[in-house]
Design a protein around this ligand. Sequence first.
Ligand code: ADP
Ligand code: MG
Length: 544
Amino acid sequence: METLEFQSEARQLLQLMIHSIYSNKDTFLRELVSNASDALDKLRLESFRDKDMVVDTDDLHIVIESDPAERTLTVRDNGIGMTREDVVRLIGTIAKSGTAEFLSKLKEQQSGNASDLIGQFGIGFYSSFMVADKVTLVTRHPHAEKGVRWESTGESTYTIDEVDDAPQGTSVTLHLKPSDDEDQLPDYTEPAKIREIVKRYSDFITWPVRLGGEEINSRKALWARPASEVTDEEYAEFYRHISHDWNAPLETIRMQAEGTFEYQALLFLPSQAPMDLFMRDARRGVQLYVKRVFIMDDCAELMPEYLRFVKGVVDAADLSLNVSREILQQDRQIQLMRRRLVKKVLSSIKALQGNRPDDYAKLWREVGAALKEGLLADPDNRDAILEICSFASTNDPEAPTTLADYVSRMKDGQEHIYFMNGESRVAVENSPHMEALRAKGYEVLILTDGIDEMWPDSVPSFDGKPFQSVAKGQVDLETEEEKSAAAAKAEEFGDLLTWLQGLLEDNVKEVRLSSRLTTSPACVVGDAHDITPTLEKMYKAMGQ
Ligand code: ADP
Ligand code: MG
């Protein structure tokens, strides 16, 4: 037997679990059943791919057993199991991206409601320590001769041991905290309690969950049931299962296509941005099923990157069970399906904007910056994306505006949609570039996201109105009269301009009179095709 130490981040998370900040402790069982279900999915996929694997897949299932006298609860599956290396890597460390960030956020938020964060992080296996003071896991991978026993009290170490006669798959046994524990936990050995929790959180799990020889989940795929029969709570639980988000989804989207290429889709918009939304290896949220059988997670072929916050399931009837990513990439039907999924998601957001403006505003706050990537990445849907965009503007410091609303407020004679990039609202508002527009009473969009430095160059216009940066080139704000007056002035100041031009030769391209300033004497402007100062900084930071 060997005693090993938890990686320090894992230790911190375990401490959080032991002194649990999750208010709803019942959810530990959901996590264990969910892991067992994933393990069964993986075994079935492996057995498709690897014909030499000698493993019986006829009766894949999950069993829950309890022993009131010993105060133990066991969740067992005959799924993929884990090798010794798997156990050390998967259970002893936290390899998930964003762990460090998660922990530091949690510290910042000391007193606040940390369960939101925990839920988003999808704490999984460690949640066992909310209700148990010791956990024993026994597992065997089909390729390994011997099994592995892992055991820990959730303090700083765990033990690892070899087991001769472990059945294939994994069993997790919780030694429940004493009944007089200060947390006053319910009796989790009681069959009625177990059944209630499984019904509530795991009813849709596609594998049988058995208790005392009885199957206790209905195993009905939500997306295959008539929409009218599925409750919001059931959708929310399913969403939690696939997204690891603790919150209920903001919106549920269902789609059905019949005919030559049949599929059903159940998609969710989040009420909170996924933790990894702006991380390099952010996951896409859509799973692919074929005729109720799980095929793959994180299916990039079904949802473009800019919609990576959309979670859900697509179940296609006419694909082969051992379909690969390579096949998906080339399949025309899949490309068509993806196009329709994208349109449906965009139109659902549009509907939200019209029918539930507060929810739309929330969604935009959380994922708008990702959605705007679509203006560059998905030219075919550019107009639809522009319609659901919102931007901070000089019109109302509190409320972002849609482009349609901006256009409806445009002044007589105003031809452009004006915007200005900057680091913050204050920086933009104080910029000398704003003066002439303010004098004219023109509204200016205030763009502060990184992606805002990129898309305006590729997006010509909205509703026939071209976008115009107030910091670039000549902003044409003048009437004919003003123009001839300006020409006269240019002549009058011709000598001064020539002199200044000579003086500043090394630093500027051209010195000209401007009508854009009202109170500042002079300002520096970029050429229409120059990069913006913020972008320049970004490039410099990247070493270019
Ligand atoms: P997550 O499920 O989000 O990956 P968990 O903490 O729930 O995180 O589980 C960590 C990892 O441990 C899983 O990804 C899986 O690889 C492994 N694991 C947990 N339970 C099982 C199980 N019953 N069978 C096989 N592997 C498991
Ligand atoms: Mg899990």
